[in-house]
Design a protein around this ligand. Sequence first.
Ligand code: C2E
Ligand code: MG
Ligand code: MG
Ligand code: MG
Length: 279
Amino acid sequence: RAKRRGRHQVCFYRESIAAAMSRADRLRNELPRAIARGELYVVYQPVVEAKSGELVSAEALVRWRHKEFGELSPGEFLPVAEEARLMPAITRRVMEQAIASLAAWRESGLSLTISLNISAQDCQLYGDLVDDLSRAVAEHGVKPEDVEIELTEQSLMEHAAEDLVRSLCQRGFRIALDDFGTGYASLAYLQRFQVTRIKIDRSYVARLYTNEYYERLIRAVMALAGELGLEVTAEGVETAEQEALLRAIGVNRLQGFRYGRPVTASALQEVAAGHTDPL
Ligand code: C2E
Ligand code: MG
Ligand code: MG
Ligand code: MG
């Protein structure tokens, strides 16, 4: 009887600790096991060609299906992962899932490309990144040219970034500079890192109609990209007005809720096949 009550007390004690812990503390405690158990998964956001409106690519974005908190967004748990130095473990799984999805789409006749996000911490700690990615591509029979790696200005400032980007390019992967305009990278980075695409941060797109300055800024980025032979994607496109203006400015690709929210690999395939309306 004493033993039973003891066990009950232990259980009660554990629950009260869980209840007293902040949500951030819990995520910190639970993330390593969540990664190992496969609670992290990947969703894909459509990217369309501005001229034709055709679906041409998808960006892989990580999510955490938490048993109590539901679907968690990267904004909430990636800072926790950074702190615990778990970004490489996450990136490895995202890469594997995303390359498998790319192969599945291609097998079903959907000729998309894919983009993957790499963090500054991956540049620092994930020494086998290029090997793992190359192996995944080879195993699934897809071409490195169909895989674009998105790095932020912050990532490019890492010491190891230059070697990493060079070997990605040598193996045929494409390089995009993500969240362009939010960091401190110098223009020289564009050439030094063999960037092939700029992704204009959605904060600029959001301000397009609030201030004429932002329209001129995006025109200037287009002129720069034209001189350097780079393609440009605008992120965070939500309205018809933004789309019309970005198309008139000559932005190559558009991404945003207007074309679809991030969805599972099979849902994206259905959207592409026209079986369901975009989400
Ligand atoms: P990002 O790479 O710039 O990805 C675009 C983010 O903007 C996504 O948020 C997407 O859902 C959101 N977004 C897209 N269209 C719209 C729109 O029209 N309006 C608004 N308000 N938002 C839009 P998400 O999925 O929450 O990801 C946030 C950030 O987390 C990403 O920004 C990226 O920096 C990071 N991230 C996501 N997945 C990964 C990953 O697998 N690895 C790494 N290293 N970072 C990731
Ligand atoms: Mg991105
Ligand atoms: Mg971005
Ligand atoms: Mg971002």
